[in-house]
Design a protein around this ligand. Structure first.
Ligand code: URA
Length: 460
């Protein structure tokens, strides 16, 4: 049974008034009926929230899921249309837990699927094997059709497979890992990439296992490297310590205009030579409120101004909604050059996340801007900005909603979502939630910037 089949069946059961205890759902759609009192309904109502969570629950590897869905929809119709707001209700709680677990599994699929290049009758194709926790093939794979739409690919799992022929996505039978075993040069690419991002200073095997569960390791070529990297870590650390750390040399007591001029000539990082220009901050030089983003994107690089591309448009709209004029505040980035890599066809410049070295090299410019403007509140958008400002690896979820008050850079620091995280959100619900949170964080920063009192502050 799948979600659509369940929906059709559930609707007719609801109309007939079949109570949840009567309908026993299982994967082969069979029903055992008793003679409980029936409460027929002319027009069953299925709330939007339920329709959103239903397909995720239907994809959970949970034998009772069809019964749970029917109990919920029956109770929504007979008990309360607001049932889903009662998070202490055991059925609602179970449903929420399943939704969370399936969403997480889909995220992991997006992060951990590794394609291998294969030759199919002279045509280049890509295949991958992945073992998700839940039954998420249909929910998780449209992402790959959007991302890698210009190449044919198949993803196999023990339960099902997905196939993209550059026009449509179809689903078929699964395959064991043993049946699927292809070695190719892509493995080498992943290994090289992983080696380049592996930082021995952060070596923490326990964390690594949490982030990238060993159950996925067998299908990930780079994990073959883990033991080697762990063995080499002390030597690599020593080498890193010996290597000089580059950092922009910023003269003291310069005006913002003078600094902008000097930053325009800064060549301390390799991206200075790869980008069109330095994008320095701009806005009110006496602003109480400063926004710090990650780094200029393609549009910012071409225009020479921070936050003027798609992410900037989203930010500007949020600011406008809150009545904040861009000219009244100061907007800048943690890193001042656009770091990018060419797209496969060489036609576009694809954004690359700044590394710790990039942030370190550029930080003196950010510090100098903050020292000149002296904002009462800084709102750091996204991990890079938050990490550059707080000097530690920051996960937005963990720091949002806190006001950090003991940082030397500003009286109040708030961390929020980067607008790009909203543009790239997992789904519409995720985007709506993150946007609402960004707006509420901006409003909080605005309130703090115009009041000397900071409430609910914490020391970190
Ligand atoms: N993203 C950023 O972080 N900053 C910009 O200026 C544009 C996009």
């Amino acid at each position: 049974m799948n979600w659509d089949e369940w929906r059709a069946k559930a609707r007719s059961q609801l109309i007939e008034g079949v109570a949840p205890a009567e309908a026993v759902w299982n994967d082969a759609p069979e029903f055992l009926f008793s003679v409980l009192e029936r409460k027929p309904l002319e027009k069953p109502v299925i709330p939007k929230d339920f329709l959103e969570m239903g397909p995720l629950i239907a994809a959970a590897r949970e034998p009772d899921r069809w019964n749970l869905l029917y109990r919920l929809v029956y109770r929504l119709n007979h008990e309360s249309p607001h049932l889903l707001n009662i998070i202490t209700d055991p059925d609602v709680k179970k449903a929420m837990d399943l939704v969370k677990s399936v969403r997480k599994d889909i995220h992991k699929m997006h992060a951990f699927v590794r394609f291998k290049k294969v030759d199919i009758d002279g045509q280049e194709g890509y295949v991958a094997w992945h073992k998700p926790e839940h039954l998420i093939m249909e929910l998780g794979t449209p992402f790959f059709a959007r991302r890698f739409g210009d190449k044919p690919w198949s993803i196999f799992s023990p339960d099902a497979s997905a196939h993209w022929n550059m026009k449509e996505l179809t689903f078929g039978a699964g395959m064991t890992e043993h049946e699927f075993n292809i070695e190719d040069e892509f493995d080498e690419v992943w290994k090289t990439y992983y080696k380049s991002i592996f930082n021995p200073a952060r070596l923490n095997l326990k964390m690594m296992k949490q982030e990238m569960s060993p159950k996925y390791w067998s299908s990930m070529p780079e994990t073959a490297l883990i033991h080697e990297l762990v063995r080499e870590a002390p030597q690599r650390l020593q080498n890193m310590a010996a290597a000089p750390q580059v950092r922009a040399d910023v003269p003291k007591n310069k005006s913002l205009a003078e600094m902008k001029d000097l930053a325009g000539k800064c060549k301390i990082c390799p991206w200075a030579g790869q980008s069109t220009q330095t994008v320095f901050g701009e806005g009110n030089p006496e602003a109480d409120f400063m926004i710090v983003g990650e780094q200029p994107g393609n549009d910012e690089d071409l225009n020479g101004q921070a936050f003027v591309g798609p992410a900037g448009k989203l930010l500007s709209e949020a600011l406008q909604e809150l009545g904040i004029r861009r000219e009244s505040i100061y907007i800048t980035n943690a890193v001042k050059h656009f770091k990018w890599t060419p797209s496969d066809d060489g036609k576009a410049r694809i954004h690359k996340k700044p590394s710790g070295t990039d942030m370190h090299a550029c930080k003196p410019w950010l510090e100098a801007e903050i020292a000149a403007v002296k904002p009462r509140v800084i709102i750091a958008l996204g991990t890079t900005a938050a990490t550059a400002i707080l000097g530690r690896l920051v996960k937005i979820n963990e720091y949002r909603e806190k006001v950090i008050t003991n940082n030397a850079l500003a009286e109040n620091i708030i961390v929020s979502w980067h607008p790009s995280a909203i543009l790239r959100a997992f789904d519409q619900k995720d985007a709506t939630e993150k946007l609402a949170q960004l707006k509420s964080d901006l409003a909080k920063a605005l309130a703090l910037s115009s009041s000397a009192v900071s409430s609910a502050s914490i020391q970190i």
